[in-house]
Design a protein around this ligand. Structure first.
Ligand code: URA
Length: 238
């Protein structure tokens, strides 16, 4: 048994707040009975009807995608560009866990488990994200300290970060830097580099919450196993 608003939100129908509103407005029926107070519990086996429509309680699905560049991290794009849900074949309504920019490649999770999504993207849970950053320039090693100390983006200082220079190619005038962060602010990596005078030319997320891209090529995906899902819950809750 779980709180009714939680079951509704977990189904992907809407947010928990919106579900509470629907309940209080008398729009939700459980097994034929209108429930309009917030304390009620229900089970996934119950028939839940919202505004006359039966809620589809989908089995939980967890996908790890190696997102290619040139794909949008959402379920729909107004400009008609390819989205991550166009790549992943599923009968369920999967949503990306957070976002990668259109021109960023790498590890992106997709799931219909709203609870896990919320845990993973909540800033206070500080989930680890590892990025590989290419700069078309020879970077000054002092950037390690600057980025680790935090830089101001959008008026707020960034949190803890680990920075490693992986390669400096003097001939090609390019550098590869590994950046590990625990926040997920909008365009965070690009803005962090911009704040210290570098433009990111390529960006790839190599790790997310301990998961890696091992065994996958760009555009490929795989399902997580139960052990991995349990670990994700543990990582997100810590
Ligand atoms: N930071 C960015 O700037 N872009 C991404 O896609 C992810 C992190």
């Amino acid at each position: 048994m779980e709180r009714l608003q939680k079951i509704i939100a977990n189904s992907g129908y809407c947010s928990r707040r919106k579900a509470e509103e629907l309940i209080l407005n008398g729009k939700v029926k459980v097994n034929g009975e209108v429930i309009n107070t917030l304390g009620s519990k229900a089970s996934y086996a119950d028939t839940i009807i919202i505004n006359g429509v039966t809620l589809k309680l989908e089995p939980k699905e967890y996908v790890l995608l190696y997102k290619p560049r040139g794909v949008v991290s959402s379920v729909h794009d107004d400009k008609g560009r390819k989205t991550v849900v166009d790549i992943v074949e599923s009968e369920n309504r999967l949503y990306p866990v957070g976002r990668l920019d259109y021109d960023t490649s790498g590890l992106l999770l997709l799931t219909n488990d709203g609870e896990l999504t919320n845990l993973l993207i909540h800033p206070s849970h500080e989930v680890e994200k590892v990025y590989l950053v290419k700069i078309d320039d020879i970077v000054n090693p002092s950037l390690v300290k600057s980025l680790s100390n935090g830089v101001v983006i959008d008026g707020k200082k960034t949190g803890k970060a680990r920075v490693k220079i992986k390669k400096i190619d003097k001939k090609k005038k390019s550098s590869l830097i590994e950046l590990t962060i625990y926040e997920g602010r909008n365009h965070q990596v690009k803005k962090m580099f911009e704040a210290i005078g570098y433009k990111v030319s390529k960006l790839k997320r190599e790790k997310f919450a301990g998961l890696t891209l091992d065994g996958l090529k760009s555009g490929e995906y795989r399902h997580l196993n139960i052990k991995e899902v349990k670990t994700l819950y543990a990582v997100a809750k810590n």
